[in-house]
Structures are given as C-alpha cells and as structure tokens.
Ligand binder design. Structure first.
Ligand SMILES: O=P(O)(O)O[C@H]1O[C@H](CO)[C@@H](O)[C@H]1O
Ligand SMILES: O=c1cc[nH]c(=O)[nH]1
Length: 238
C-alpha cells in the first residue's frame, strides 16, 4: 500500500525507524549500521532503508526539514506501515550555557512555536513529550559508555523558523533550561501520541546560538553523529 510519499510494500519497514532530517544521512546511517540494508522507498528522494543490526530489524528514513514534513512521514509510517517507534537522529543548535558543540541532547519534551500540535485538541496546549521507555533506554546506553561525549536530558524547542529570531527569546529559553533548538521533535511527539506509538529525538549539537566559536561545518553536521546514533539504536531495540 504505497502512500503519497512512501513507495514501500507492506512489511518493508521494521517496527523501529531511525529518522534523520537529511535523506543522505539516512543512507550513511544505513551503510554504517546494516550491511544488509536495502532501499525500500525513494519518493521525492526521501530515502528509506531496512536491514538488521545484531539480527534485529531496523529501518532508517529521512524526514526532511520542519514539522510539516516530519509529520507527513511519521503519520504514514505509523498509520500505513505499522511502525511502533520512531527515533529522530538529528542536529540541534545549543541554547543552555552548559551545552557544548558535539554534545548529545535526549529530548524529554519539546516546546514549540508551531501551531501543529495546537490543532490536535482544540483549547489545549499540547505537551509534546518523548516515550519514557525510549528515554530510559537512551540514558542507559549513555551511562554504559562513560567515555563518549556528554549527554544532556531535558527539554528542547522545535521552531518553525530557522533564520527568523524573536528578540530575547533564545536567552529566555536558556534561562528556563532549554537545551537546544531543532525543527521536528514536537510534531513527531504529537504524531506518536495520535497513534499511541513511541517517539524520541536524540540530537547532536552542531552549533551554539549564544557562542558560535566551535560551530560544526556542514560536512561535520552530516558525519559527527556516532554517539547520538548509538543511543538511538539502543532506544530502537530496547
Ligand atoms: O539535522 P537535521 O536532522 O535536519 O535537524 C536540524 O537541521 C535542519 C536545519 O538545518 C532542521 O531539520 C533541524 O531540525
Ligand atoms: O541552530 C540550529 C542547528 C540545528 N538545527 C536548528 O534548527 N538550528
């Protein structure tokens, strides 16, 4: 049953899907983790792969950038392909002062300036939260490798704008302990709640909004994700 945006056959997706924003990162992750990976969809160049890691099935598929794009893919994977859990493996801009470029963020919850979740339950400010089971698995994996880059667990913000900034907003978010900013997690958590499934975002800090001295290059953003990936795989297979 192909959907408007996914051309895979029934059963082509594993119960757990890793979801980076960039489809080329999806391909890189598939090649890195799964020698047996096969391409299951490429509509609009949004590559999806399925294979196995340590004998357990796993899929990897890009989401594109922004909450509308991520919601389309998450909805079709949950609703049409029976996917049980989606773990976003993305990049984020650091906000909290203790967060450094190269650190990893496990997003317990995602504030947002988007209206996407506001439309879900009229009159309600929806709480976009991760699956506790997946958070716990990611934290266990982080604690098991004490030599990896630092991992922070807390809230992030999923913004609609990459470039437009509201004066003073970032500093205020930092004062509230918000770890970083990206553009998809809140909507992903909303879609998981809609279908009674599980979601988590594990993010590599690629730059810092309040200190740009250590920012990653575009190439680094696509390759320095091993620590986040290890946590995401642990969550996918917990
Ligand atoms: O690196 P990805 O996963 O794409 O995530 C971040 O990077 C993109 C913006 O450059 C947005 O998608 C944002 O969420
Ligand atoms: O600054 C950043 C970095 C990654 N993703 C974002 O949305 N913002």
């Amino acid at each position: 049953m192909p959907t408007p945006h996914i051309a895979a056959a029934p059963g082509d997706f594993a119960p757990a899907v890793l979801m980076p924003g960039d489809p080329r990162r999806a391909q890189r992750i598939a090649e890195l983790l799964m020698p047996d990976a096969r391409l299951v969809t490429d509509v609009r160049g949004m590559l999806g792969f399925t294979g196995t890691v340590d004998g357990k099935p796993l899929s990897v598929m890009g989401s594109g950038m922004g909450q509308p794009s991520a919601t389309i893919y998450a909805t079709e994977l949950f609703r049409e392909y029976g996917v049980e859990r989606i773990i976003r493996v993305g990049t984020a801009g650091g906000i909290a002062p203790g967060v450094r470029v190269g650190d990893v963020l496990v997003a317990l919850g995602a504030h947002t300036d988007s209206s996407m979740n506001q439309l879900r339950i009229p009159g309600v400010n929806f709480s976009a939260v991760a699956s506790y089971e997946l958070v716990a698995a990611a934290v266990r994996a982080a604690e098991a490798d004490e030599h990896g880059s630092p991992v922070h667990v807390g809230t992030i913000i999923s913004r609609d704008h990459f470039y437009l900034s509201v004066p003073d907003q970032t500093a205020r978010l930092g004062a509230y302990g918000v770890l970083g900013v990206e553009m998809e997690a809140a909507a992903l958590y909303g879609a998981a709640a809609e279908f009674g499934r599980q979601a988590l975002a594990v993010l590599t800090v690629s730059d810092h909004l309040l200190d740009s001295s250590q920012d990653m290059s575009a190439q680094d953003r696509e390759t320095r994700f091993q620590r986040a990936l290890a946590l995401a795989v642990a969550a996918a297979h917990c």
